[in-house]
Write a protein that binds this ligand. Structure first.
Ligand code: GLN
Length: 399
């Protein structure tokens, strides 16, 4: 190894950043052979047919650089899907770009519109990539918190959008607002009235919106996802981010897309081409062929709702207090009512203890706040086989 003394030192671009909580908890789960309900990913295989379609693409020699903006078939498929579901037409050639997953789409969108000193508003708990992405752009993060609704015992029972706080921080020159529905980690979903209210709030501003909708196909109980694409006023100022990884059980493929009006997309692509340039070719062809059949995503709510209900029924046999899960594949619980001394631990320590001593990994919701806000809530991922959930539940029920 080269002596570290020989390497010049330089100021970190992200001095506050360590390793993401998802990686940390997954590593701890592996080390202690815990059931990993922390990092959000399915533990079951994707459809063999999707794999076959990627294989076909490789065998058909689709192995060189695709177009910088993404394979035409996939962009057209995405455009059609958005039109069918949300009633807005994005031009596949000038308004849709295929990205290396949602996270790259988010970073690239931020880099393309945020200049040094620009204010970007986020709503915490917020996905942990937002803040560092804003920082890399030189932007200033303004965080407001979801309002915590508590029951008569003081346990968190749900969340609501902090409209008053948003109205206070958003002004004519706020560059960007980041929203996320269905929401990671809380599972809450925005309603049509929320989009209306947001459009009203932004009406006289030049604020753009980044709408992270990667869990768009996981909305339960017969409800619908309300995309910014379904709201013409918002669509006109928004980057809409989504991901195939969540929808098709292929989080490791890292393919997503960004849909945005032509002027936003033009700037987005300037950054994208010098960031990843292109996204791997055979995956795009395979996904394009698979996307053709809408049943794969239309059936997803039923599929995940069954898992949610199974997991919740098991959790009802514990002392955890369940928060509602109208969307996503995450179930949040308040652990402060457990009658064990560990119930007094801060969230991160409770999750470590749960992983190492109980054998179930979870994510502390405090990790989604800049100033670790302790609300006594942790997040489980239920995108797991029934057997995995059963084993985890047995361990949690023994607490
Ligand atoms: N989105 C996933 C989650 O919230 C994790 C992605 C990641 O590990 N970076 O669990």
């Amino acid at each position: 190894m080269i002596s570290p003394n020989l390497t010049p030192s330089f100021p970190s671009r992200l001095p506050q950043v360590g390793t993401t909580i998802f990686t940390v908890m997954s590593a701890l789960a592996t080390k202690h052979q815990a059931i990993n309900l922390g990092q959000g990913f399915p533990d079951f295989p994707c459809d063999r047919d999707l794999i076959a379609k990627v294989n076909e693409a490789m065998l058909a020699d689709h192995n060189q650089y695709p177009p910088m903006i993404g394979v035409a078939e996939l962009r057209h498929g995405v455009s059609q899907k958005i039109q069918n579901l949300y009633g807005h037409h994005y031009d596949p050639d000038s308004e849709i770009t295929i990205t290396a997953g949602g996270t790259q789409g988010i970073l690239t969108a931020i880099l393309s519109c945020v200049s040094p000193g620009d204010e970007v508003v986020i709503i915490e708990p917020a996905y942990d990539s937002y803040r560092p992405s804003i920082e890399l752009a030189g932007g200033k993060t303004i965080a407001v918190s979801l309002e915590l609704v508590r029951d008569q015992h003081g346990h968190v029972s749900s969340y609501s959008i902090p409209w008053n706080a948003l109205a206070k921080v958003i002004h004519a020159k706020t560059r960007l607002l980041i929203i996320n529905t269905p929401h990671n980690p809380t599972g809450m979903v925005w309603q049509k009235a929320d989009l209306d209210r947001l459009a009203k709030l932004l009406k006289d501003t030049s604020t753009l919106v980044l709408s992270d909708e990667v869990y768009e196909h996981m909305v339960f109980d017969g409800a619908h996802h309300h995309s910014v694409a379904s709201h013409p006023e918002l669509a006109a100022r928004s980057f809409l981010i989504s991901s195939f990884g969540k929808t098709y059980h292929v989080t490791g493929w890292k393919v997503g897309y960004v849909a945005a009006p032509i002027s936003l997309t033009a700037e987005f692509r300037k950054v994208h081409q010098f960031n990843v340039f292109t996204v791997n070719t055979p995956m795009q062809y395979g996904l394009a062929a698979y996307l053709f059949d809408p049943s794969h995503y239309l059936n997803l709510p039923t599929f995940y709702q069954a898992k949610r209900d199974f997991f919740r029924a098991g959790l009802e046999q514990t002392q955890f207090k369940l928060l509602p899960t109208p969307g996503t594949y995450f179930q949040s619980v308040d652990y402060t009512a457990l009658s064990i001394p560990e119930a007094k631990l801060p969230e991160a320590d409770f999750c470590k203890w749960l992983t190492t001593e109980v054998g179930v990994a979870a994510i502390p919701v405090s990790a989604f706040y800049e100033q670790a806000t302790e609300s006594g809530v942790i997040r489980f991922c239920f995108a797991k086989q029934e057997q995995t959930l059963t084993t985890a539940l047995q361990r949690l029920q023994a607490l």
